[in-house]
Each structure stands twice: as structure tokens, then as C-alpha cells.
Design a protein around this ligand. Structure first.
Ligand code: ADP
Ligand code: MG
Length: 673
């Protein structure tokens, strides 16, 4: 059963309304410079366009009596040698400038974008030959090229600007090609290819849409240089022919009569200056706007929305460690993703979690149960278009749901450290590990380079990296998986966080190294009072280090409690199933049990207990309505089972867990190991 979230929750500050157009307008308006310059350029464009309505004069005929007339009521900006009104010529000259720029940029886009798309996509020899050609063209100054071409095809502004457009097309081509090469590496393009999309659809529909922002910025900046190019060509007499007004030709005329009247150079000069500056500012503003969107989009960072729950919030689960202060508390956390044909589908539903100082809580469950999504959403690390809502996420005494991107960034790595499964993949291969840890330290702490280095070496020492001062200068590839994971832990600890989230930190490591890393984590918990949320599908790991354990199944927590009690006597059949499938000595204990069936996909979650179809103890009431996670009235235990009070489930003895082998994690294949 899918549950569709209707309408987006209102966050406290009124942010995060409907995604889409409204947000874009808001962001544009926040860029004051962009708005101001947009208004100025807009006025110029309007005035120039309606020159014939605004001015009573003809731009090309004047009365000799007005020759060199100073600014007056009749002639606001005076008149030139031939008695022509300067303001009128300025407005008509603006038409020439804008049309010329439209021509050049139009040609540049029409030629450069398709050529760049095709060359970047096809690659190979075509790419190599054409790019050398482009390099050749771009190495010649465009003015020299324009003069050469005009000599061949004849004068006139359209010819001249066509040459400018072709030269610009080269840089557009180069930009587009580079973006296509980068986009081709992205997974979504592979996905499209696998799904059988044709090259044309991939290029024009998908890649072009993704690389549009840099192209738009480039076109805007190009428009400004095209205005200068037109003025330059007309100034040199290669553009408009007399008596047509253009800002460039007006400058040339003003220069000829500079001794009689120096003021004539000012209006065209200012017109060029203000228009070009304005358009450049608009381009820069758009670059800022897009780049923010791009970084947010690429990293996939998504703010947790503060939501008043659509369903009743359950009573807080009883604390297993009531005597300790709470480090992190999550209430009613849900995460949904849009899924084709189903609207928004929840993959995590109503999770309540509490983590105390100095507590190591293990979150266990089969693959696909929502463990990673739960952890990442608390950190604001769920990718767009994922939507995270929570009634509350409290870090010690600070509410962190509803915080914006920048505020969350300050918290991540500062008060909450994160360690992922693949340590080598999380390190940048081109920098030494010391460099990366120092950078992490200096990002959050105001220390000198030397102090950061000393701190980093101390941390390396603490996490058990031998010869820390020397290894500081090594690159990630010189580290084994276990050592690289120690580096990641050092990095996570670099700012002395209160909470450490570790998502399957030992899954990629071999068993002996795994034990060492777990020992390190539990020592750090004891030493620093660190609260650790350790995600794992390995119950051997849980037995080894956990204080408390939370079992997750199909997007919900189904059991919570102190590890010894849960293992001795689970209160949810799913937990018992997990414990049963821990590998053991078959000769003495009989064949390995497994949980029948498979984890349902989020769209197929039943209305009642999510585990009902796989449960040996299922009864009619289990299927009727959602089952709440309820406290069991003993030592901080809770279970999401209608029959929790009556069932007598069996646990597992701790010595059996010493095999330290993993619980199976294949979501699609049941739990047969
Ligand atoms: P676990 O860590 O427990 O193995 P995950 O938290 O990674 O499981 O995934 C939980 C569910 O969320 C899965 O059904 C998965 O398909 C879904 N999911 C995770 N990330 C995305 C995403 N970016 N888009 C759509 N669904 C996702
Ligand atoms: Mg995971």
C-alpha cells in the first residue's frame, strides 16, 4: 500500500512552500543585484525598441543651425556637428547594437550547441579533428578574422556580426562539448542507454536540459561582448555605414570633432558602458543562481521539513538508558521518494529513535529496510527528489529539523560525524590523507595550518594508525581498507562531535580488521561519551559492541531494547527470525532457519503489520490496521507487534554469535544465507 503525501508541509519560517516556479522567483528576487541590473537593462531595451515613439526627431537628418548645440530642452543631450539630436541617435544606435548582438549570439548558439552536443557525444576521431580546428580558429583574434572575412565578402554590419557569431560558436561548442563529456559519465545517461533511449533523445531531451544553465550564462555574457564587438567594428568603419547611427560610429564621429565638442563622446560611451556592465551583471547573477542550484542538486542535499504529522504520533518509546542525557532524538521521521506510477511512496515511515550520550545503538534489519535512508535523512543528506519530514529532530537541546542548508552543514561534521561503508571511495584519491583531514578540521575550527596538522596526527594516533606523522603524507591508495576506515573515523572525529553515525562501517572489511574497528568505536564511545548510531546487518557486530538495538523492517522500527534482553528474548517475530538466521554449527544445532518470503517493496506494504505475510504467528487482527510501536513496560523495551504480550519467542545464546558471520542481506531472496 502506498501512502501519498498530499501537499508539502509548511516549515516554521514559511520556507519550503511548493517546489518549482515559486521558489525560483523567490531566489531570483533575493539576488538584489540581479534584479536591479535587470531593471536597468530592461529600461534600456524598452527605450531603444520604442525609439520612434519616444523621439520626435529623425536620427539621420538635422538642422545645421543646431550644430554642436549644448544640452537643452529641445535636445536633451545636445546635437552633433550636423545638428542631429544626440539622444535620438543614441536610441536608434541602441537598436543596431541589440540587433547585432542578437545576430551574433543567435548564430553562435545555432551552430555551437548542436555541434558541441554531437561532437561531445560521438567523440573519437571527429572530436579530435574538430577540436584542433576550433583551437586554431580561437587562437586568431576575432577582429583580425573579421577584417579578413569582410575583405573577402564585403562590408556591412550583418556580415561582420556573422563572423563574430561564428567565432563565438567555437567557444559555445567547446563549452557544450565539455559539459556533454561530463554528463556522459553520469549514471542517469547509462540508465537511459540501458533502457534503450536513442542518441537523439538522450542528447536533446536529457543532456541538453541538464547543461542548459551554463549555456544560458555563457549566452548572456556573450551578448555583452557582442555589443562591444559591434561598437568596435562600427568605430573602425567596418560595421554600419554612414549616416546610420550606432554607438561605435557615434564614438568615431565624436572623436573627429573632439576639439569642437568633447561632450559628444560621453553619451555613446556611457551607453556602451552601462549596457555591457548591466548585461554582465545579469550573467554573473544567473551564474550564482544556477551554481547554487547545481551544487545543491549534485550533492543531493535536502532539508528536513518540519511536519505536523498526518497520522498520530505515537507515545515516545521508553528509554533503555533513562539515567543518561539524550544526545539525539528523532520523532516521527518519514522519507518518501516519487515513484513512477505511484506518486510519492514512503520508504521510511514514522521512525522514533533516541540515542543517549555514551550509548552505542545498533540499527539492524535486512537490506532495503530503510536503515541508510533513516540515518542520512537525519543529517539532511537525502537526495532530491526525496522528501524528509519529521515532527522533531533534536540534537541535545537544539531542534535541527527545519534548519536550512547552511545551518545543517555547520552541524554535519561539527556536532555529528559520519562514517560510510566504503572508506576508499569516500577519500579523494588526488590528495594526501593528512591534507584531507586537515581540511576537514579547518573547515569547522579556527586553527592554523600547523595546529590542524598536529591535531590530525594526534587523531591518527588515537584511531590506531601506526607512524601517524609519516602516514599523514600518504595518499589513500597507500592505505588498506581497514586503515582507510580509521582515517575516515579520524576525520569524523576531527571536530569532536557529540554523535557519530556509522553506516555499515565494517561491511567492506575482513573479519579481524572488522573486530579492531568495532573495538575502536566502542572505546571512543567510552572515552568521549560519544553517542554512536551503528547501522549493520551483522548481528555478530551487534552482540560485540551494542548497548541497545533497534530492529527495522520495511521502513519501520519493529523492536527496540537493551541488547542482552532483546537477544535473550526477542519480542517481535522478525527479530527472532533474524537471530535464527545467524550462522552456526549445523552438526549440533540442525539446519539453518530462514525467514520465508521476501521483504515487500514500499508500494506493496500492507495496511496492517508489514511483516504479516512472512510471520509464523500472524492472526486476523494483525492485518486490520497499522500496528504502533508500543512500550512493553520493562527496561526500556518496545515492539511493534499485536501479540507482543502473549508470544513466547526464543532468543539466541551469545556464544553462538561469536562466529561473527553476517546475517544475509539480499532483499530479494528471503533470508536463506
Ligand atoms: P538499507 O540501508 O536498510 O539497506 P535503504 O535505506 O538504502 O536500505 O533503502 C530503503 C528503501 O528506500 C529501499 O526500498 C530503496 O529502494 C529506497 N530508496 C533509497 N534511496 C532511494 C532513492 N534515492 N530513490 C528512491 N528510492 C530509494
Ligand atoms: Mg544501507
Amino acid at each position: 500500500m502506498s501512502e501519498t503525501i498530499s501537499g508539502t508541509a509548511q516549515s516554521p519560517a514559511g520556507r519550503g512552500r511548493r517546489p518549482g516556479s515559486g521558489r525560483l522567483v523567490g531566489r531570483v528576487l533575493r539576488q538584489r543585484a540581479l534584479v536591479a541590473w535587470g531593471a536597468i537593462v530592461g529600461v534600456i531595451v524598452l527605450a531603444v525598441t520604442f525609439a520612434a515613439l519616444l523621439s520626435p526627431y529623425d536620427p539621420n537628418t538635422g538642422t545645421l543651425a543646431d550644430s554642436f548645440a549644448p544640452p537643452s530642452w529641445e535636445h536633451w543631450l545636445g546635437a552633433d556637428r550636423n545638428g542631429r539630436d544626440v539622444l535620438t541617435r543614441l536610441l536608434y544606435g541602441g537598436q543596431v547594437a541589440l540587433l547585432a548582438a542578437v545576430e551574433a549570439v543567435g548564430i553562435a548558439m545555432a551552430v555551437g550547441v548542436p555541434a558541441g552536443l554531437v561532437i561531445g557525444y560521438v567523440g573519437g576521431w571527429l572530436d579530435r579533428i574538430l577540436m584542433r580546428l576550433v583551437d586554431g580558429v580561437m587562437s586568431v583574434p576575432f577582429l583580425v578574422l573579421a577584417i579578413a572575412v569582410i575583405a573577402a565578402v564585403g562590408r556591412g554590419l550583418p556580415n561582420a556580426m556573422a563572423v563574430v557569431g561564428l567565432v563565438y560558436a567555437m567557444s559555445v561548442l567547446r563549452l557544450v562539448r565539455g559539459e556533454v563529456l561530463a554528463a556522459r559519465e553520469e549514471l542517469y545517461v547509462d540508465g537511459l542507454r540501458v533502457s534503450g533511449a536513442g542518441a537523439r533523445r538522450i542528447l536533446f531531451r536529457h543532456i541538453l536540459a541538464n547543461i542548459a544553465p551554463p549555456i544560458i550564462v555563457q549566452a548572456t555574457l556573450m551578448f555583452a561582448t557582442a555589443i562591444i564587438a559591434e561598437a568596435t567594428l562600427s568605430y573602425l568603419g567596418l560595421g554600419v555605414t554612414q549616416p546610420t547611427a550606432s554607438w561605435g560610429s557615434m564614438l568615431a564621429e565624436a572623436q573627429a570633432t573632439i576639439r569642437q565638442n568633447f561632450f559628444l563622446a560621453v553619451p555613446p560611451g556611457m551607453a556602451i558602458f552601462i549596457t555591457v556592465l548591466g548585461i554582465n551583471q545579469i550573467g554573473e547573477g544567473m551564474r550564482d543562481l544556477f551554481s547554487r542550484e547545481i551544487t545543491v542538486g549534485r550533492l543531493g542535499l535536502n532539508v528536513v521539513r518540519r511536519a505536523e504529522p498526518e497520522r498520530a504520533v505515537s507515545e515516545p518509546v521508553p528509554s533503555a538508558l533513562p539515567e543518561r542525557p539524550v544526545a539525539l532524538e528523532v520523532r516521527n521521521l518519514s522519507v518518501s521518494f516519487p515513484q513512477h506510477g505511484h506518486g510519492r511512496v514512503e520508504v521510511v515511515r514514522g521512525v522514533d529513535l533516541r540515542l543517549h550520550r555514551g550509548e552505542l545503538l545498533c540499527l539492524v534489519g535486512e537490506s532495503g529496510s530503510g536503515k541508510s535512508v533513516t540515518a542520512m535523512s537525519m543529517l539532511g543528506l537525502v537526495a532530491h527528489p526525496g522528501l524528509v519530514t519529521a515532527s522533531s529532530i533534536r540534537l541535545a537541546d537544539q531542534e535541527i529539523s527545519g534548519l536550512d542548508f547552511a545551518a545543517m552543514r555547520a552541524i554535519r561534521g561539527n556536532r555529528i560525524g559520519v562514517v560510510f561503508q566504503d572508506p576508499l571511495g569516500s577519500l579523494n584519491p588526488t590528495f594526501t590523507v593528512g591534507n584531507q583531514v586537515c581540511e576537514a578540521i579547518r573547515e569547522h575550527r579556527d586553527v592554523s595550518r600547523r595546529q590542524a596538522r598536529a591535531l590530525a596526527i594526534d587523531l591518527f594516533d588515537r584511531v590506531g594508525i601506526p607512524n601517524p606523522a609519516q602516514r599523514f603524507h600518504d595518499y589513500p591508495f597507500q592505505f588498506s581498507g581497514g586503515m582507510a576506515q580509521r582515517v575516515m573515523i579520524a576525520m569524523a572525529l576531527s571536530c569532536d562531535p557529540e554523535v557519530l553515525v556509522a553506516d555499515e562501517p565494517t561491511t567492506a572489511l575482513d573479519v579481524t580488521v572488522q573486530k579492531q574497528i568495532l573495538r575502536l568505536l566502542s572505546d571512543l564511545r567510552d572515552e568521549r561519551g560519544l553517542a554512536i548510531l551503528l547501522i549493520t546487518h551483522d548481528l555478530g557486530v551487534v552482540a560485540e559492541v551494542a548497548d541497545t538495538v533497534a530492529t527495522m523492517y520495511a521502513g519501520q522500527l519493529v523492536e527496540y531494547g537493551p541488547v542482552a534482553e532483546v537477544f535473550a528474548q526477542p519480542r517481535h517475530p522478525y527479530t527472532q527470525g533474524l537471530l535464527d538466521s545467524v550462522p552456526r554449527n549445523e552438526a549440533s544445532n540442525g539446519p539453518l532457519a530462514s525467514i520465508r518470503g521476501v521483504v515487500p517493496a514500499p508500494v506493496d506494504w500492507p495496511i496492517g503489520c508489514h511483516f504479516a505475510d512472512r510471520c509464523d504467528f500472524v492472526e486476523e487482527p494483525c492485518r486490520h490496521s497499522p500496528v504502533p510501536l508500543t512500550g512493553l513496560g520493562e527496561s526500556g523495551r518496545a515492539a511493534r507487534c499485536v501479540r507482543a504480550g502473549e508470544l513466547r519467542l526464543h532468543g539466541i545464546s551469545r556464544d553462538r554469535l561469536d562466529t561473527h558471520a553476517g546475517v544475509p542481506s539480499a532483499a530479494g531472496s528471503g533470508t536463506t544465507p
